[in-house]
Design a protein around this ligand. Structure first.
Ligand code: ZN
Length: 160
């Protein structure tokens, strides 16, 4: 049964409210996570507590317990000069790491005009209701080292 400090192996599919598949482990290695360590979004983690091997779980997660709501302050308009010579490569839809005072932040270019570029640092899934379909494949207790590191070691986890 999944509890604090369980290492859980699961297959999953993530859809948005309209049924579009956003992410899936289908055809890939299953996801392995350490329960209670914030490895996966909190709204899904809460709904997996107490489940056992062989269970399938349909979990609907509100944005507040998913990737949060979009924040206007993360949308910024930057002068084209700030990009230097790289401006020739910039186009709407491009993703890159922006250097900020808080460190690098992934952003997407959402608009351009003659003099400025608009970039959005919100998570692409911010504001979205998440629909997970999960099947639990394996559960084991974490090692003391995994608990200390707050992540899983070995297959599907950190190799170090
Ligand atoms: Zn580690």
């Amino acid at each position: 049964m999944i509890k604090l400090n369980s290492v859980v192996t699961m297959h999953y599919e993530l859809k948005d409210a309209s049924g579009e598949v956003l992410d899936s482990s289908k055809g890939q290695d299953p996801l392995v996570y350490l329960h209670g360590a914030g490895n996966i979004i909190v709204g899904l983690e809460e709904q997996l507590l107490g489940k056992t091997v062989g269970d399938t779980v349909d979990a609907v997660v509100a944005p507040e317990k998913g990737y949060g709501m979009p924040v206007d302050a993360l949308v910024q308009t930057v002068p084209k000069e700030a990009f230097g010579e790289e401006i020739d490569k910039v186009e709407v839809g491009m993703r890159f790491q922006a250097e900020t005072e808080q460190g690098p932040v992934p952003v997407v270019v959402t608009g351009m005009d003659d003099t400025t570029v608009t970039v959005d640092g919100n998570h692409p899934l911010a504001g979205k209701e998440l629909h997970f379909h999960v099947s639990i494949a394996e559960i084991r207790d974490a090692t003391a080292e995994e608990v200390e590191h707050k992540h899983v070691h070995g297959p599907g986890g950190h190799q170090h």
